[in-house]
Structures are given as C-alpha cells and as structure tokens.
Design a binder for this molecule. Structure first.
Ligand SMILES: [Zn+2]
Ligand SMILES: [Zn+2]
Length: 202
C-alpha cells in the first residue's frame, strides 16, 4: 500500500500548503481520504503529484469540517461518478474497499471516521483530525490485529503512551503534541507533509 500526502499544513517545494489535510491511499483501489480546504489547491497538488482525478475510485471524508471537505465539490465536478463516503455513510466498522475499513462514525466535537488499511506489517490507521480522540480510534482498530502505523491529524491527543508498540507514527496537520511525540518516540516518528509518500509492502 502506498500513501501520498496530497495536502497538509506543510508541503514540499512546488506544492500548495495550508490548514487542512488530504491523502491518497493506493491499495487494491485508489482512495482519496479528505480533500483539503480548497478545490483549486487540491487539484493543483494532485496535478503536481500526477494524480489523475478520474483515476480515483472512492473518496472518504473524515468529517464535515471545511479543511477536510472543502475540495470535494471541485473534485466531483470533474469526476461525478466517484463514490463518496461521508461519516454517516458507514455504521460501525465498514469495509470500504478490499483491505480498507472505516472505523465508522465516532463521536467527538464532531462525528468523524478514520481509515484502517491492512498491510503486510499490520494495519495503518489514517485520521483526519482525530476529534473523537486518537486513543478511541486506535481502540476501534486494535481488535482487527496489530497496528503498524498511524498517520494524520491527531488534534489534541495527549495520552502519548497509547502509541506504545506502534512502529510508524506520522502526525501532521492539526497535531498539537507533535514535538512531545517526536521526543517520546524518536525512532518511530516520521515527519510528513504534502508531497511525501509512505510505502509499506502488502
Ligand atoms: Zn482538520
Ligand atoms: Zn476538524
């Protein structure tokens, strides 16, 4: 599985950045998880990263905040057939694509879903803002087997010990405790921003 960060608060040279998040998960299908704040910026970064809008099989919106769903309209204007999974499209753990599940809607400041992607090393949990609490999201994923990695916005997450045993920790976007996480897990910590790719064998 290959995960490409399409949009983030920080970006590689040549890409747009701003408050928001979007990533492409390539497993058996091509899934766009969140769409950043603005359509033009999303489409610009996708073009720079050679991601054809029409090649996307499904779009998953983690939660209805502008910095995650702002680019959706522009994308569906170009690619009207794409299937969109909003948080209330799922109830409980839901298979979205082979090897990829949604946690289903979890309650927080806002209803939010996260992705659980199977890889040869364990699952990778992908979050938007983690408003329901990263620890609650991880708890939802644990019964499915070992969690190898976690990627995305961790928002106000502070119970750092919940990350014990996770081999790849890649907080970005709205994560407040990024510095503390890096200090506590220096070898597991992975700095990511728009343009970066995480590849894990199937
Ligand atoms: Zn956010
Ligand atoms: Zn949010």
């Amino acid at each position: 599985m290959k995960l490409t960060v399409v949009y983030d608060n920080e970006a590689d040279i040549g890409l747009k950045s701003g408050w928001g998040f979007s990533c492409l998960v390539e497993a058996s299908e091509r899934l766009l998880f969140d769409t950043g704040p603005k359509g033009d910026e999303l489409l610009f970064n996708m073009k720079q990263l050679n991601i054809e809008a029409k090649s996307i099989d499904k779009v998953i919106i983690s939660h209805e905040h502008w910095d995650h769903n702002g680019g959706l309209e522009a994308l569906t204007e170009i690619h009207s057939k794409v299937r969109v999974f909003k948080p209330d499209s799922c109830s409980g753990l839901t298979q979205i694509s082979p090897g990829v599940r949604s946690t289903g809607p979890l309650e927080g400041a806002v209803i939010e879903q996260s992705l659980i992607v199977e890889t040869g090393k364990g699952s990778i949990v992908v979050t938007g803002c983690a408003h329901p609490g990263l620890e609650n999201i991880l708890e939802k994923a644990r019964p499915l087997g070992k969690i190898y990695g976690v990627v995305g916005g961790f928002h106000g997450f502070a119970k750092l010990q919940e990350l014990d045993g996770i081999e790849m920790i890649a907080p970005c976007h709205c994560t407040k405790a990024k510095k503390e996480i890096r200090q506590k897990y220096p070898s597991q910590f992975r700095e990511i921003k728009a343009g970066n790719i995480i590849e894990v064998s199937d």
